[in-house]
Design a protein around this ligand. Structure first.
Ligand code: MG
Length: 162
């Protein structure tokens, strides 16, 4: 079994849609980025790539590549899963936390879990999304950005226990 960790932050600006875990969330601002800037899904991708020893999201999906301009990050996760799958790993479970003082995310977490689970072909019960605030402190507390952290466990599909 192998574990991986992913972390990401994006800046909140006006005039962008807020997309977290593939869910469009009504809010006055959205995240700035080359893709849809889905910070949660980016953290999941980095955790998966890290667990599989496959580098990071910037290496595979560079923000200079026009192919990824404004793309749904769920599509990046689909491709990340293909990479992990091609190395003969299956995903055991995912745990994640979003850092945001606003908006409130509780009512969207189940939809996010389902979107992520569908993309990586595991049961929604094996994907957990949490959210916490920075209590007004720092860049996230002041609403300048949203962050996310993710940890994953993967297992080889081969019979050995590695
Ligand atoms: Mg990112």
């Amino acid at each position: 079994m192998r574990i991986g960790i992913g972390y990401d932050v994006h800046r909140l600006i006006e005039g962008r849609k807020l997309v977290l875990g593939g869910v469009v969330i009504p809010f006055e601002k959205g995240l700035l980025g080359h893709s849809d800037a889905d910070v949660l899904v980016h953290a999941v991708c980095d955790a998966l790539l890290g667990a599989a020893g496959l580098g990071d999201i910037g290496m595979h999906f560079p923000d200079t590549d026009p192919e990824y301009k404004d793309i749904s990050s769920i599509k990046i996760l689909d491709k990340t899963y293909e990479l992990v799958n091609s190395k003969n790993f299956k995903i055991a479970n995912i745990d994640s936390t979003i850092f945001a003082d606003a908006p409130k995310l509780l009512s969207y977490k189940e939809a996010m879990e389902k979107n992520i689970a569908r993309s990586i072909e595991i049961e929604p019960e094996c994907v957990n999304v949490k959210a916490t605030t920075f209590e007004g402190l720092g860049m996230i507390g002041k609403g300048e950005g949203i962050g996310a952290m993710c940890i994953v466990l993967i297992q080889s599909r081969k019979k050995t226990n590695t």
